[in-house]
Design a protein around this ligand. Sequence first.
Ligand SMILES: NC(=O)c1ccc[n+]([C@@H]2O[C@H](COP(=O)([O-])OP(=O)(O)OC[C@H]3O[C@@H](n4cnc5c(N)ncnc54)[C@H](O)[C@@H]3O)[C@@H](O)[C@H]2O)c1
Length: 255
Amino acid sequence: MPGRLADKVALITGSGGGQGRAAAVMFAQEGAKVVVTDIKVEGGNETVELVKAAGGDAVFQETDVSNAADIKVAVDCAVETYGGLHIMYNNAAVLHKHDTTVTNLEEEMWDFVLNVNLKSVYLGCKHAIPEMTKVGGGSIINVSSLAGILGVGNVHAYTAAKGGVVSLTKAIATAYASKNIRCNAICPGAVDTPMMAHVLHGSNPKRLERVAKSHPLGRVGTPEDVASMGLFLASDESSWVTGSVFTVDGGYAAQ
Ligand SMILES: NC(=O)c1ccc[n+]([C@@H]2O[C@H](COP(=O)([O-])OP(=O)(O)OC[C@H]3O[C@@H](n4cnc5c(N)ncnc54)[C@H](O)[C@@H]3O)[C@@H](O)[C@H]2O)c1
């Protein structure tokens, strides 16, 4: 399929729902062949069906992003199925309960969240970079959060992991620029996905309105708002962009 990502192969973690699914469909519509990965098999298969319904090409590989062997298998799947890897979209993450600060955060939760949200990015890059090198370069997109750059939300393990994602993004960008591998981070504001369902659509109907108003543009984000930035960073349109951190947040961080 011709398009902004024609002839590219993309691996998107956590694409069995939410923003990752939106990116999978959008990337495929722009010509990329997509390896959909998620810990949830049903969601992953649904995304593949959506990609195919949109005229694109995708396969699903069950993957726990905190597991090194799983990540290796997912990268191998891209190479074996589609002949290489050009785009690594490290998107999968978990959010823990709000109002969990260092004093009431259990060590097990810290370890779990750091593994899924930060170690995963290390593992994804570790296995993707050698394959990108073989095809002459590539684009890594790491999904951080406003919580990675601002002290908001009282989600301290999540915040620490997302801050780590930002630092690692910059370090990878400088270390692998000579191999034509770019690495950028996206920091979304509140986006209406399953991750935020309990916050935005819980028992208090005023909650959504309040969160929407806290963003200057007056609404929460859609998965496509973030995937659109991902598409730009994945494409050659951003060929002189690396080591950058993009807020996609309806203006929240500008306040
Ligand atoms: N939704 C928001 O408001 C918001 C805000 C800022 C940043 N983010 C970030 O955006 C990214 C996408 O989140 P989302 O909003 O689409 O959330 P989501 O929960 O809707 O989607 C996350 C996906 O990751 C998968 N996943 C979870 N643990 C996994 C694991 N161990 N291995 C593989 N897959 C796993 C889930 O099954 C799910 O499909 C995440 O990095 C998140 O931290 C989200």
